[in-house]
Structure formats: C-alpha cells, structure tokens
Design a protein. Structure first.
Length: 351
C-alpha cells in the first residue's frame, strides 16, 4: 500500500508543473548591444513583475496563462510590448533609446483652469470617486502635466514617467505607464456632472503591500463582487446559474451563451452568443452583416448596480480568470464601467 501511494504522489508532480511557466530572456541596447539593467518586466495588469539583472536577464514565473501582454519598460528606452508572451517570446529583446521629447514642457498660459484644478479633475476621473479611489495617493504628482483644449472642451494629461499610485484601501502599489488620458466635457468646465466621456490608455502593474491584512482582503473581495471581471469569470466557468446576477432579456445562461473548450488550450474558452438570444433581440439578425447584441445585467447583491453589456462580436475568447482576449469585443457601460484605477484588481486576482 505504501509503495502504491508513493507512486501516485510522484506521478502527480509533473502534472502540477504543466500549469506553471517561466517567461525569460535577455534585454540589450539596440545601439551598443550592451545589457539593459533594471528594466521593469511585467505582465500587464497583473502582480507578476521582475527587473533585469546585471546581465540584462530576467525570469518571470507565472502560475497559469492568462490573456495579457508582456511589457518591458525603462525610463531611458522605448517600451517593448509582446502581445503573445506565452507563445512568441524571443530570447533576446532589443530596446531603443528614447528621443528627448519631454525635456521641455510647454506651459499653457491660456488655460482657463489652474494646475490645481486640473489635477483635482484628473484624480477624480483617473482614480475614481469611490472610497478606494478617494483614498489613493499619487506619489509623483509633479511628473504629471496637463493641457485643456477649450475648443474641444477636453482635458488631457501626460506623464513621461510611470505614475505611481498607492492604493491603501486595496493594499497595492500600482504603477501606470500612461499613454493617453482625456476627459471630454459638455462645456468649458471641469465639473464631473458635465463629463461626456473619459478615456485612459496605458499599462499597469501591481505590487502587493497588504501583508496578509484580513481587512484589506475583505475590501478586495467587496470590490471584486459585481465587477465585469466577476461576471465574465462566472460566464467562462459556466457558473452564471449559481451567481447572483439577473440578466435581461432571458436570464437563462444556457439560452444566451454557448461556452466551448478549445483544443490544446486549457486556459481559455470560446464563447458564442446563442441563436435563441440573437433571435429574441432581433428576428432578422441572420441577415445582418454584423449583428450586435446587448444585454442588461443587474447585481442582485446591490440592486441599484445595473450595467449594459454590448457584444460587438458574436464569438469571443476569454481566459479562466474572465479576461477577454480582445477587450474591443465587448463594450461595458453602467455600474461595471464606473470603476477606475482605485477599484482595479490584478487580472489574476482570486477572492
């Protein structure tokens, strides 16, 4: 019996290793071919992060594959982005030195608002107005500068260094490489009530500062509940029937979505909108060149939280964490879309 038990234990060890992967490589300067030291290497939107050593090398162990990009950044070099790091990662990564585009910052003397006013508006729209958002502290505000376009009624924010956000509520130090931020208003104002749209693009990485704090763990879970991540995770794992989401128009997941496994792919699922749902929404959907579908989702735990999810493609892929392969396949509005950086969790977060 002991020999049989030992055999089973040893047999199971290689199976556990199947779900782990180490991303590794060496980073060099494009001109000198010398090693790039202390470059930040991370999976976008996750807590998987490391830096290159004295030889420009890095190793980044990952527990399970997920839909994200590998980012390599350095203040001196242009950022490298690898869309499929688990499949197509070169052994040597070459970084090109940045042009000195930010050496001189032009101050907009014709702005209708002071820097303090624009900073307040930026933090409100970037961090959010929830308890977590308001408690966030940007540690390098001095690196951020603004431009207000009066003609387009738009506030723009720029930063030539990563923005470092201390999210005390959720216990994360969040680093954001901001590529673009703009808040468009209905008039020449900074009032949140006049916001028409907010867009921010960039790359995030998370560093856990919670030290196992039970209170922070509870706050993270509360933030996760009712999020788009939770909804799509339930969807991919085919657990919507057991969730506390009410969906219109059908509220029967088996008549709304078809979730299928992908051959040789145990970390993603293919989701197709069910023909019953499409026919209910539009009897003539089959004749449309690009039919679209929109559903209403209500979080029964907080009845006031209502969201709209518009599917721009009839079929999409998502990993087992609920992260879409292409975020452009789905458009989320309502309660799920109101959360900002202050209420963002790592993509691999598990409650």
């Amino acid at each position: 019996m002991k020999k049989r038990l030992l055999y089973l234990i040893l047999l199971s060890l290689p199976l556990q290793a199947v779900y782990a992967q180490v991303l590794k490589g060496v980073v060099i300067d494009s001109a000198t071919k010398e090693s790039v030291i202390n470059a930040n290497v991370y999976l976008e939107g996750t807590a998987y992060h490391t830096i290159t050593d004295a030889d420009g090398r890095f190793e980044l162990p990952v527990k399970q594959r997920l839909n994200t990009k590998l980012i390599i950044s350095h203040v001196v070099y242009e950022t490298l982005i690898f869309a499929n790091p688990f499949d197509q990662l070169p052994e040597t990564m070459v970084m090109k030195e940045k042009e000195n585009r930010f050496d001189e910052v032009v101050v907009d003397t014709d702005s209708p608002f002071s820097r303090k006013q624009m900073m307040q508006a930026f933090k409100r729209e970037f961090l959010g107005t929830t308890n977590a958002g308001r408690a966030c502290v940007i540690q390098n505000e001095e690196d951020i500068y603004f431009y207000y376009n009066k003609e387009k009624k738009t506030l723009h924010a720029f930063c030539h260094k990563p923005i470092v956000v201390n999210n005390k509520t959720l216990g994360y130090l969040v680093t954001v490489e901001l590529n673009e931020f703009k808040a468009q208003y209905q008039a020449v104002t900074l009032l949140s009530s006049d916001i028409e749209s907010v867009l921010y693009l960039g790359y995030m990485s998370f560093h856990d500062t919670s030290k196992g704090n039970a209170s922070i763990k509870k706050k993270r879970r509360n933030t996760y509940l009712g999020s788009s991540t939770e909804f799509f995770r339930y969807l991919v794992r085919q657990q919507l029937n057991d969730s506390r989401y009410y969906m219109q128009p059908l509220n029967r997941p088996e008549e709304m979505f078809v979730v299928e496994s992908i051959p040789l792919n145990d970390w993603q699922k293919k989701v197709t909108l069910h023909t019953d749902l499409l026919a209910y929404l539009d009897p003539h959907y089959a004749t449309r060149k690009s039919p679209k579908a929109e559903i209403i989702v209500q979080n029964e735990r907080v009845p006031s939280e209502v969201s709209n999810i518009r599917f721009l493609k009839l079929t999409f892929k998502a990993d087992t964490y609920g992260n879409l392969e292409d975020a452009r396949d789905v458009l989320v509005s309502g309660s799920m879309a109101h959360k900002r950086i202050g209420d963002t969790l790592p993509k691999e977060y598990e409650p």
